[in-house]
Design a binder for this molecule. Structure first.
Ligand SMILES: Cc1ncc(COP(=O)(O)O)c(C=O)c1O
Length: 362
């Protein structure tokens, strides 16, 4: 028992990040295996000469750019130190002791963390076939519910829900309950496979309680610079601004994010590499009869008969770090970030070795 920690946080383990091992290829945190967006790195480096000045606390230029891309105005945008921070701002604005958040089981842990850190409790309902169960969530709303977190596509399963389903859900949510729609993997959605994936910024005109979060940590390869943003109606964005710290996003990060938006070549190359990698992995996994969820993100969730922890170790011993999904409540599953062609080939080679050695049972 730690006497310096409040009760609501005492049973909450610190965030379990994807592991890093020296000399191993890290494919455990859904980062971009091609590295950072080159235009972003140049812009960040160029901005270093001005780091004796405080950053623009309101990220004005970046918000204008994000707004223009999404048919919104800058008052509809807030930028965070990663999209994680936006979850904390949203819960900070809404949650008092005893209030409730709501989300699904087997999803990103920071939803629960953000609610609990303000003295709330975060209720969950099970996923349905790896996807957010919006019907069950609607039924799970209570008088104390202040915020509902949706992850689309869901981390770690990669499953998605479509626009019609989202609208049906929004109609059931009381207007004073905020729907935090986390679209961290939006950039990897393949519209030819998921034509009904929501065009969520368009929904903002009808839903003042909708907040959409996206990140620069994944496709733009800027995870360490920490930039994410949320889009919402002015009243909701203002509420988050009340919970925001003054200079939360540093100048090189803002410069990098602005430049990244213009580097379409890198963006498209990253997407196409992931699409090709998915195709290759599906084929190889199907040949072997592996159970996995078809994904709309840059990662693949596979389930085996053997513990994910053993499979993790087998891969780590052979130079690839994957994610054991025990901390997501899926002890026999692993998550693999789709890598380069060479990474993916190696991933399958190792799978065959682990099966042969009895470390992994399909
Ligand atoms: C679903 C989801 N949302 C948000 C994040 C956090 O992103 P950021 O780096 O912008 O804080 C992640 C990171 O893994 C994620 O998987």
């Amino acid at each position: 028992m730690n006497r310096f920690i409040k009760e609501s946080l005492a049973d909450l383990p610190p965030y379990a990040a994807g592991k890093k091992l020296p000399n191993a290829i890290k494919l455990s945190s859904n980062e971009n295996p091609l590295g950072p967006c080159p235009a972003a790195i140049k812009a960040a480096a160029d901005s270093l000469a001005s780091v004796h000045r405080y950053p623009d606390g309101m990220c004005t230029a970046l918000r204008e750019k994000i707004a223009a891309r999404n048919g919104l105005s800058k008052e509809n945008i807030i930028v965070g130190n990663g999209s994680d921070e936006l979850m904390v701002f949203a819960s900070g604005a809404l949650i008092n002791t005893g209030d409730e958040g709501l989300t699904c089981e087997n999803t990103f842990s920071e939803y629960n963390f953000s609610v609990k850190s303000f003295g709330g409790t975060c209720n969950t309902v099970p996923l349905k076939e790896g996807n957010f169960n919006l019907d069950a969530l609607a039924k799970g709303i209570t008088e104390k519910t202040k915020i509902i977190f949706l992850c689309n596509p869901n981390n770690p399963t990669g499953r998605y829900f479509g626009e019609a389903e989202l609208i049906t859900f929004l109609k059931k949510v009381p207007q004073n309950v905020v729907v935090f729609l986390d679209e961290a993997y939006f950039d990897y959605v393949d519209r030819s496979e998921a034509p009904d994936y929501p065009d969520s910024p368009k929904l903002l005109k009808d839903w003042p309680n909708l907040l959409i979060a996206r990140t620069y940590s994944k496709i733009y390869g800027l995870a360490a610079l920490r930039v994410g943003y949320a889009m919402g109606n002015v009243e909701l964005i203002e509420a988050l601004n009340h919970a925001k710290h003054a200079f939360n996003v540093n100048t090189p990060a803002q410069a990098a994010a602005e430049a990244a938006l213009d580097d379409e070549e890198f963006y498209e190359k990253s997407r196409q590499m992931t699409f090709a990698g998915k195709k290759y992995l599906y084929e190889e996994l199907d040949k072997r009869g592996v159970t996995y969820y078809p994904t709309q993100s840059n990662f693949l969730c596979m389930t085996f008969q053997t513990p994910g922890a053993d499979i993790f170790k087998g891969y780590a011993d052979r130079g690839i770090v994957i994610r054991d999904l025990k901390s997501f409540g899926l002890p026999r599953s692993i998550r693999y970030t789709v890598g380069t062609e060479e990474n993916n080939r190696r991933f399958i080679e190792i799978l065959d070795e682990l099966v042969k050695e009895g470390i992994c049972t399909i």
